[in-house]
Design a protein around this ligand. Structure first.
Ligand code: ATP
Length: 250
């Protein structure tokens, strides 16, 4: 683990409600390391808008990391995109093929959902602004697992001859997150935009954006320099910054 061991403070819990909540409710004091909580059993994992994230002991990797930013740093809107890209890069290095990103926070393989990401910002309250980045990755779904409202779901076991050791996988995900967050902090989202767009699951496809009381149809035209979604609609190019909407192919 080398430099990783000095950069991260990893806490393993046999069970918890949500690894994001662990870090949000009791943020560890800043000792210069990145606090990470990983659990074998997450009983109340969250997606966006209060939706449930399901996981299974032994069948999932669920963890969260607390990132602190320089005081006065802009609100890190592109963070969930950067986290998604880091997951994709780590898994590509393991040999997984067909990985794609769905704006703003899903990792897919050939259209099926493999991992979800939930970024929650901690209020600054005069301290260093921070974000909790939670990742849930399906390693091996139990037989007959049913996940509501999700047209296609997959797991890592379906795409690799052999599943990697869980702590080795966690270490490579953390290393990739660390590398990309450093790039993001230094150069902003524009430095990672091209890499994100290359894996955009919906590039140039007809899509529908819904949520927050409206629906918009158009062609997915990628993301802009802030990580906002771009939709080419009949009324021109529309920019969607909020993550509180859902994207579907039409
Ligand atoms: P959408 O895919 O509709 O845009 P979303 O990206 O907003 O949804 P999230 O809030 O990130 O979804 O995740 C919650 C949703 O993910 C759940 O409503 C469920 O459909 C799906 N889900 C929950 N657990 C899993 C899992 N282990 N693997 C794949 N999908 C899951």
């Amino acid at each position: 683990l080398g430099t990783l061991a000095t950069a991260f403070d990893v806490r393993l819990l046999s069970e918890c409600a949500s690894t994001n909540s662990e870090l949000i409710d009791a943020p560890p004091t800043n000792d210069g390391r990145i606090a990470v909580v990983v659990t074998d059993r997450q009983t109340a994992g969250r997606g966006r808008r209060g939706r449930l994230w399901q996981s299974w002991p032994g069948g999932s990797l669920t963890f969260s990391a607390l990132w602190r930013f320089q005081p006065g740093a802009p609100v890190p809107a592109g963070l969930s995109l950067v986290a998604g890209l880091a997951v994709v890069r780590a898994l590509e290095k393991l040999g997984v093929e067909g990985l794609q990103l769905k704006w703003p926070n899903d990792v897919l393989v050939h259209g099926d959902k493999l991992a979800g990401i939930l970024v929650e910002l901690l209020p600054g309250r005069g301290r260093t602004p921070a974000a909790v980045v939670g990742i849930g990755l399906n390693l091996r779904l139990p037989a007959g697992a049913s996940i509501p409202d999700q047209p296609g779901v997959t797991d890592l076991a379906a795409h690799l001859a052999e599943l990697p050791d869980r702590s080795a996988l966690l270490a490579s995900l953390l290393a990739e997150l660390h590398a990309l967050f450093e790039t993001y902090a230094a150069a902003g989202f524009p430095a990672l935009r091209g890499a994100w767009q290359q894996r955009n699951a919906f590039a140039d496809l007809p899509v529908r954006v819904s949520g927050e009381g409206r629906e918009l149809d158009g062609i997915c035209a990628g993301v802009d320099e802030d990580g906002a979604l771009l939709i080419r609609s009949d009324d021109g190019l529309v920019r969607i910054l909020s993550g509180e909407v859902s994207l579907r192919v039409r």
